[in-house]
Design a binder for this molecule. Structure first.
Ligand SMILES: Nc1ncnc2c1ncn2[C@@H]1O[C@H](COP(=O)(O)OP(=O)(O)OP(=O)(O)O)[C@@H](O)[C@H]1O
Length: 365
């Protein structure tokens, strides 16, 4: 726990009936950052938000907000506001009344409410829209009203549950920029839920990758993309080649029937591992310079690159992103650097994984 910590989960579990939805989850959220909870449908993302908001209570464990235990603190007494997926706006009220709703409940004076609503609408670029009916607003504008309604209460944390999922792709991208920019200007903590990995990578300071009620890995987008802890994370975040292999000794790993130099160390000799190489780290090269020989099976043009699917002699599938075109059935060479190989230890916990990576830094310093 540091001074900057605003939310802390300590061994939190949640069961509905007899089903465990969150399994012994611990994490810390720091003040003023943009966090994303990322994972497939049903993994427990919304359950974490509802626990933070106080809509449900944990079955086990403790939740702290600002270092105070909040397990029994009702939702309206927490410095937290939620923006829901469907925005939950009142269709019969205009923009002003929607944004002012919470302030009226707090029985604030009319002139104070006017001032706060005006300021909140300015923040979301809806200045002067006070008298518009919600039914006359576009999807993106409704989204902004919902955000204005959340920020007008000056919460310390805003929870956003898949707020962009109802928007078309173009508007969604625009709103991604807007939300990120808004969070920077407000300087308050955003906790954003999505199952879209590109959205998570583009928007977040920190990502928690969740699967089956457990946080699989947490870190910055680059940490998680470059150093996935296990097959689930490697597969869920971006496209990956994941191949079974064996660690020979420090800096030497075997896969696809050959041995390759790598940067990994501290694993056991002959330890079974999985290796990850990102498709963009594979380069088509002349046979003499290649690390690996493969046969092209299929190819798709994706605008910026060709997505080429190949197989090596042992039948491993390799996905390559290349600006060069290949021919179906052609034998090609693939080249990659030792740094492009990421070795994953089977069943490693995040704590063990972090310790291992730290030891690399110590050795290389
Ligand atoms: N009140 C409840 N009673 C019983 N089961 C529930 C309840 N709320 C959630 N669940 C179950 O808990 C699991 C996790 O739900 P949650 O909404 O947290 O998932 P999610 O990761 O947010 O998924 P999605 O992306 O689909 O919204 C699901 O299997 C869901 O059916």
């Amino acid at each position: 726990m540091t001074e900057t910590t605003i939310i802390r989960f300590e061994n939190v579990s949640k069961q509905f009936d007899d089903t465990t939805i969150l399994d012994n989850v611990s994490f810390e959220i720091e003040r003023g950052k943009f966090y994303t909870l990322l994972g497939p449908s049903g993994c427990g993302k919304t359950t974490i938000l509802r626990l933070i908001a106080g809509f449900i209570e944990p079955t086990k464990g403790t939740i702290y907000i600002n270092d105070k235990k909040v397990n029994k603190v009702p939702a309206n007494e927490r410095q937290v506001n939620t923006v829901f997926q469907d925005y939950a706006l009142f269709p019969h009220l205009n923009v002003y009344e929607n944004v002012a709703f919470g302030l009226r409940i707090k029985k604030m004076k009319k002139n104070v409410i006017d001032e706060k609503v005006k300021e909140a609408l300015k923040f979301v670029n809806l200045e002067g829209y006070e008298n518009r009916e919600i039914t006359e607003m576009s999807g993106g504008q409704r989204q902004r009203v919902a955000i204005a309604r959340a920020i007008v209460n000056e919460p310390e944390v805003i929870l956003l549950d898949e707020p962009l999922s109802a928007l078309d792709l173009k508007l969604r991208t625009e709103m991604q920029y807007e939300l990120r920019e808004l969070q920077r200007r407000l300087g308050i903590t955003f906790i954003f839920v999505t199952h879209d990995q590109e959205e998570a990578l583009a928007m977040s300071d920190e990502i928690f990758v969740i699967n089956k009620g457990k946080i699989q890995q947490s870190g910055t987008p680059t940490d998680i993309y470059d150093e996935p802890i296990n097959r689930f994370v490697a597969d869920f975040i971006g496209e990956s080649n994941i191949i079974k292999g064996k660690m020979m000794k420090d800096f030497l790993v075997e896969f696809a029937g050959k041995q390759f130099e790598c940067v990994d160390q501290g694993l056991n000799e002959n330890e079974a591992v999985e290796i990850v190489i990102r498709p963009e780290d594979l380069e088509i090269s002349v046979k003499e310079k290649a690390n690996l020989h493969v046969r092209v099976d299929s190819q798709l043009f994706r605008g910026v690159h060709y997505e080429i699917c190949c197989f090596d002699e042992l039948g491993n599938e390799w996905l390559v992103h290349s600006t060069k075109k290949a021919e179906i059935g052609q034998e090609i060479g693939l080249r990659f650097d030792p740094e492009a190989i990421h070795v994953m230890r089977l069943g490693e916990t995040e704590e063990e994984f972090d310790k291992r990576l730290e030891s690399y830094d110590e050795v290389s310093q």
